[in-house]
Design a protein around this ligand. Structure first.
Ligand SMILES: C[S@@+](CC[C@H](N)C(=O)[O-])C[C@H]1O[C@@H](n2cnc3c(N)ncnc32)[C@H](O)[C@@H]1O
Length: 440
């Protein structure tokens, strides 16, 4: 743009970007071009979204039954890549995805008795491409009003944010939620103690399902926000009865001989202010300044922020769990399911571990599908969904009592069934193990 001043003068006026100064030598990036993550062997979308020949089979006490379609309310033992492709072929769409994939920690995860649960040893580009392929598939099988929540650690958070912007569009980014996962730790390293993990929340479009979640505030907050107490013991606060902006109508006219302060108008017409005063809802200060009383009521909630302190994972003996490593807080996932889906919607967790999302969805009257490639996860999920949770449960360890005995002696009731599905290749390779799981 011609401003009539030289570039050097402009810089002395507005020295924001060093790049501008070298504009002629180094071209500026095209602002319209999407920002993408670059690494070798990034597969073409057409190679990712394509039918794979898999045959899904329901396995139960009665035997094996090939399935024409994947049913709701089921757990599928398989690599989620094949399941997501199958869902696309069937045109079956999720209203909500919650996933808590491996975080790129470099660790192997075990049960309390050191039985293997799952590996998290993929590094950098391999990990990112693993996630990218699956996120592309998830976007394909999301309803237009759907949302996706990706729970992740600090290790790959920044890379995944860029990948998700690429796949879902940065305009569909909703929140980066910080969740406090545990209490403060001892100082064992030359760095700050890590107590949080993160959730990336995106929607497919602008018109996504949203039921505003609220939280009951702490007593300390209530007392600070509503500092006054009336003769009946009710807490209240005082707020001005004027609002910014001038008006020519009734709300700009004098009330009880007072004009609104300069640049303001009354929040209500004079007749409404008279009514509030008659009801005792206007408080008059000693120097005659009127303010409105706003009472605290027990059903009032405050907006849930993007910092979640209240949803830590199991940390004491009175919490019911399956004992699966990295098992997430059930109440946290219930909150997500309640906020981002409607009754009877389909909730899918493609990395379901011990089935926490499936239980949250079932408890709130949603349909659900959980997928996991680990036998330990299958055991934990089927135990949870068919027989319930236990205080400090250990549904993972091979050394724990047989599933059936555990159910009869410790939990004692069958809660619900959950269809157990796997694919024909796995069934051929691990027939005995899969049969054992089917009888949980
Ligand atoms: C962090 S854990 C999930 C824990 C779960 N949120 C819970 O509450 O129990 C990640 C899970 O992803 C599973 N997983 C990893 N790669 C997978 C894949 N390609 N397909 C299906 N599951 C996979 C692992 O077996 C593991 O159970």
């Amino acid at each position: 743009m011609a401003t009539g001043i030289t570039k050097r003068e402009q810089h002395s006026l507005d020295a924001i970007s060093a790049l501008d100064f070298y504009e002629e030598q180094i071209p500026l990036p095209n602002e319209e071009a999407p920002v993408t993550l670059t690494y070798p062997n990034k597969a073409a979308i057409t190679d990712i979204v394509q039918p794979f020949p898999r045959r899904f089979i329901c396995v139960d006490d009665q035997g094996e039954k090939p399935l024409a379609k994947l049913p709701d309310n089921s757990f599928i033992l398989d690599d989620n890549f094949f399941v997501l492709n199958e869902l696309i072929c069937e045109n079956k769409k999720a209203d909500l995805f919650y996933l808590d994939p491996p975080y790129g920690t470099g660790f192997d995860f075990h049960s309390r008795d050191l039985d293997h649960a799952y590996k998290d040893t993929m590094r950098q580009a391999t990990y990112l491409e693993f996630m990218r392929r699956r996120l592309i598939l998830m976007r394909e099988c999301m309803t237009d009003t759907g949302s996706i929540y990706v729970h992740i650690g600090h290790q790959m958070l920044a890379h995944l944010k860029v990948l998700m912007d690429e796949i879902f569009g940065s305009n569909n980014f909703r929140n980066l939620i910080t969740r406090r996962k545990c209490s403060s730790k001892n100082f064992t390293r030359k760095q700050y103690a890590n107590i949080n993990d993160y959730i990336l929340f995106y929607s497919k479009n602008n018109s996504y399902t949203w039921n505003q979640p609220g939280v009951k505030p702490e007593q300390e907050w209530i007392e600070k926000e509503y500092p006054k107490v009336d003769e009946l013991g009710r807490r209240f606060k005082l707020v001005p009865i004027h609002a910014p902006g001038t008006r020519n109508g009734e709300t700009g006219q004098p009330w009880r001989g007072m004009v609104p302060p300069p640049g303001k108008h009354w929040q209500y017409v004079p007749s409404k202010l008279d009514k509030l005063d008659k009801q005792g809802d206007i408080h008059w200060s000693r120097n005659g300044n009127p303010r409105r009383k706003v009472y605290w009521s027990a059903d009032k909630k405050t907006a849930l922020t993007d910092y979640w302190e209240q949803y830590r994972d199991a940390h004491h003996q009175s919490i019911k769990i399956t004992g699966y490593p990295t098992e997430k807080n059930l109440e946290m996932i219930k909150m997500i399911v309640g906020a981002s889906s409607k009754p009877n919607d389909l909730v899918i967790d493609p990395f379901c571990g011990s089935g926490t999302t499936m239980q949250a969805a079932r408890d709130l009257g949603r349909r659900y599908i959980g997928v996991d490639a680990s036998f330990s996860a299958a055991k934990a999920t089927l135990q949870r969904m068919r027989h319930g949770l236990k205080l400090m449960g250990d549904y993972v360890s091979g050394k724990s009592k047989q599933a059936k005995q555990l159910v009869l002696s410790d939990v004692g009731k069958t809660i619900n069934s959950c269809t157990f599905i796997t694919d024909s290749c796995l069934l051929d390779a691990y027939n005995a193990e899969i049969r054992e799981l089917s009888s949980i």
